[in-house]
Write a protein that binds this ligand. Structure first.
Ligand SMILES: *[C@@H]1O[C@H](CO)[C@@H](O)[C@H](O)[C@H]1NC(C)=O
Ligand SMILES: *[C@@H]1O[C@H](CO)[C@@H](O)[C@H](O)[C@H]1NC(C)=O
Ligand SMILES: *[C@@H]1O[C@H](CO)[C@@H](O)[C@H](O)[C@H]1NC(C)=O
Ligand SMILES: *[C@@H]1O[C@H](CO)[C@@H](O)[C@H](O)[C@H]1NC(C)=O
Ligand SMILES: *[C@@H]1O[C@H](CO)[C@@H](O)[C@H](O)[C@H]1NC(C)=O
Ligand SMILES: *[C@@H]1O[C@H](CO)[C@@H](O)[C@H](O)[C@H]1NC(C)=O
Ligand SMILES: *[C@@H]1O[C@H](CO)[C@@H](O)[C@H](O)[C@H]1NC(C)=O
Length: 312
C-alpha cells in the first residue's frame, strides 16, 4: 500500500521537475527566436488594425499595443496600390517609402503596420555581441481588404527603384561613427548588416525589422552607454541560474519531504500496530503482576533508538 503511494509520489515529483525544466528551457530558448518574433508581428497586426475606425486612405493612425507589451508603439497606414506605386509615402514615422514599390500577391489596398519595439527590442531581436543604438522598428505590409481580419499573411514588398529610407531620429549618439551598422532582420530570421547612409539613416529595399547596432566591445570603455545594458544582461543570466537552482532544490526538497513523510507515516503505523499488540499483552500482564507493567514495554522499544543515535 505505502510502496504504491511512494511510487506515485516519485512519479509526481519527476513530472513536476520535468515541467519545471521544460519551462526553464522554453523561457531561455524561445524568446528571441524567429517564431516568437512572428507571433509578436501577428499580435501587433491585430492591435494596429484596431486603430482603423472609419479610416481614410493615406492617413497614418496610431494604435495601442496590448497592455502586457507596454512600451511598444504601433501605427497603421492604408494605401491604394496604385497610389503607393506612383507616389510612395514620405514620412510614415521614421520611414520614407519611395515610388516604384512592388507588392505581391496583388491586392487593391494594403496596410503598412509600423512597430517600434522600444525597450522590448533586445528581447525579441537578440544580437550577441552588438548593442542597439536605436529601438527596433518594423514595417510590414498586409492586405487591407478586411480590416477586422487577424493572423493575416505578410505581403511581399520590394522597392524596385530607390530604396526605403529609415531616419532613426531618436537613436543614441554614436560613440564611433565607423563602428555603427544598420541591421535588418528578415521575416525568415536572417540578419543583414549594411552601412549607414549618413547620420542616423539606413536604407532598405525590403520590409522587415530595422535598427542601428554597434559592436559591444567597441563601446565597452564608454561608461555612459555600456554599463546599463551589460548589467541587465548579466542580471538576467544570474536570475536564470538562481531560478534554476531554487527550482532544482525545491523539487529535491519536495521529494525528500514526501519520502520522509511516507516513511514516518509507515513507521507510525507499525508502531501503532505494535502498541496495539502490546496493549493486549499488557492487559494480560496487569492482571498478573499489577503496577509493574509500565517499565517493561518502553525499555524494549527505546533500546534500538539509542543504538541508532550513537552508532552512525
Ligand atoms: C499578452 O497577453 C496575451 C493574452 O492577452 C497573450 O496571448 C500573450 O502571450 C501575452 N504576451 C506577452 C509577451 O506576455
Ligand atoms: C518597457 O517599459 C514599460 C513601461 O514603459 C514596462 O511596463 C515594460 O515592462 C518594459 N518592458 C520590458 C521588456 O522591460
Ligand atoms: C567586435 O569587435 C571585436 C574586436 O574588434 C571583434 O573581435 C569581435 O568579433 C566583434 N564582434 C562582433 C559581433 O562582430
Ligand atoms: C473579416 O475577418 C473577420 C475575422 O477573421 C471575419 O469574421 C469576417 O467574416 C471577415 N469579413 C469578410 C468580409 O471577409
Ligand atoms: C531625420 O529626422 C530628424 C528629426 O526628425 C530631422 O531633423 C532630419 O532632418 C531628418 N533627416 C533626413 C535626412 O530626413
Ligand atoms: C531570407 O530572405 C532573404 C531575402 O529577404 C534572403 O536573402 C535570405 O537568403 C533568406 N534566408 C533564409 C535563411 O532563407
Ligand atoms: C531563424 O530561422 C532561420 C532559418 O529559417 C535560421 O537561419 C536563423 O538562425 C533563425 N534565427 C533565430 C534567431 O532563431
Amino acid at each position: 500500500m505505502e510502496l504504491i503511494l511512494l511510487k506515485h509520489a516519485l512519479v509526481i515529483c519527476l513530472v513536476l521537475l520535468v515541467f519545471f525544466l521544460a519551462w526553464c528551457c522554453e523561457a531561455q530558448f524561445t524568446i528571441g527566436s524567429n517564431e516568437t518574433a512572428r507571433q509578436l508581428d501577428s499580435v501587433l497586426q491585430d492591435y494596429a488594425y484596431r486603430a482603423f475606425v472609419r479610416p481614410r486612405t493615406g492617413i497614418p493612425y496610431d494604435g495601442m499595443a496590448p497592455t502586457n507589451l507596454s512600451g511598444i508603439e504601433v501605427a497603421v497606414l492604408r494605401l491604394r496600390i496604385g497610389s503607393l506605386r506612383t507616389r510612395g509615402f514620405k514620412g510614415y514615422k521614421e520611414f520614407d517609402i519611395p515610388t516604384g514599390v512592388i507588392v505581391q500577391p496583388y491586392v487593391k489596398r494594403l496596410a503598412f503596420v509600423y512597430q517600434n519595439l522600444g525597450n522590448w527590442s533586445s528581447l525579441y531581436y537578440q544580437q550577441q555581441g552588438f548593442t542597439y543604438l536605436a529601438p527596433v522598428l518594423g514595417l510590414l505590409a498586409y492586405s487591407a481588404a478586411n480590416l477586422s481580419a487577424t493572423k493575416l499573411p505578410v505581403l511581399d514588398v520590394v522597392a524596385s527603384g530607390s530604396p526605403i529610407m529609415i531616419n532613426f531620429s531618436n537613436a543614441r549618439p554614436m560613440p564611433n561613427e565607423f563602428e555603427a551598422k544598420c541591421v535588418r532582420f528578415d521575416l525568415n530570421g536572417s540578419t543583414e548588416f549594411s552601412d549607414l547612409i549618413s547620420g542616423n539613416i539606413c536604407s532598405t529595399f525590403r520590409q522587415g525589422h530595422f535598427s542601428i547596432v554597434v559592436n559591444s566591445t567597441a563601446i565597452a570603455p564608454s561608461p555612459s552607454l555600456a554599463p546599463a545594458r551589460r548589467g541587465k544582461k548579466h542580471k538576467s543570466s544570474v536570475w536564470k541560474i538562481v531560478v534554476s537552482v531554487i527550482g532544482g532544490f525545491g523539487g529535491l526538497l519536495l521529494l525528500l519531504l514526501l519520502v520522509g513523510y511516507l516513511a514516518s507515516h509507515r513507521s507510525k503505523k507499525k508502531f501503532r500496530e505494535m502498541q496495539k499488540r502490546e496493549d493486549v499483552g499488557e492487559v494480560l500482564q496487569m492482571e498478573q503482576v499489577g503496577n509493574t507493567r509500565l517499565p517493561v514495554a518502553p525499555m524494549t522499544r527505546t533500546q534500538p533508538v539509542i543504538e541508532n543515535d550513537y552508532m552512525p
